[in-house]
Write a protein that binds this ligand. Structure first.
Ligand code: CA
Length: 233
């Protein structure tokens, strides 16, 4: 059994009903939203994957997809009746991970759901190593090592560092960090994130004033700039 949570955003009850029952049979926990607004309320509940219909009564699926991408990198599979190559490319350009054209086989959809979840898990489970082993992040043991010495990290600090390292070379804003790591936003979250980053730098950087790993991008956020080592441990 799995306890992975899937959000199905689809206004056609017949389709959402079938998809829900197939996924539940596979052990997934499934929530259905039949409008874009409802989806936006539910999305921050930490789903492992989203199935998104392009044609919703109150919002374009494309719009919803870009809104989700502002704060989350959860795998998104789009459902659509549109099948032209252009639409496909547009959907993927907006940050969807995959595309299923209606009418689709539910078994095929379930297979793709599993493939994307496996891929997401794999991406998150291998040990990340940077700058010739100077910094290692082990997602399964939730351990950070500088050289070979483990460094004590709080859970929140660990999640922030892992998230930034998984998005190496990409500028991540404070809003994305708070949503990804804490799953909710609150007043003054940007200062809280800055305080965590400061603590993380003191733990991993030789010189926190001139960081090797986490750079500040003024007016935008933070960027992890460690050089990944080829070998994954
Ligand atoms: Ca629809």
């Amino acid at each position: 059994m799995t306890n992975e949570k899937i959000l199905v955003i689809e206004d056609e009850e017949k389709i959402s009903g079938i998809v829900k029952s197939y996924l539940e049979r596979e052990g997934f926990t499934v929530t259905v939203a039949n409008t874009g607004q409802k989806a936006l309320q539910l999305i921050k509940g930490g789903h492992d994957l989203i199935i998104l219909d392009l044609m919703l009564p109150d919002m374009e699926g494309e719009t919803l997809c870009s809104r989700v991408r502002e704060f989350s990198d959860v795998p998104i599979i789009m459902l659509t009746a549109k099948s032209s190559e252009d639409e496909r490319v547009r959907g993927l350009g907006l940050g969807a991970d995959d595309y299923v054209v209606k009418p689709f086989s539910t078994r095929e959809l379930v297979a793709r759901v599993k493939a994307h979840l496996r891929r997401a898990q794999k991406k998150e489970s291998g040990v990340l190593s940077f700058n010739n082993g100077l910094l290692k992040i082990d997602p399964q043991a939730m351990e950070v090592r500088k050289g070979d010495s483990p460094i004590p990290f709080t859970t929140t600090e660990f999640k922030i560092l892992l998230y930034l390292a998984q998005k190496a070379q990409v500028v991540i804003n404070r809003f994305q960090i708070v949503n990804k790591v804490l799953g909710y936003e609150f007043d003054g979250y940007d200062r809280v994130i800055d305080a965590h980053i400061k603590n993380i730098r003191h733990k991993i950087e030789e010189n926190p004033q001139n960081p090797l790993f986490i750079k500040t991008v003024y007016g935008a956020g933070y960027k992890f700039v460690g050089q990944p080592d080829d070998k994954r441990f």
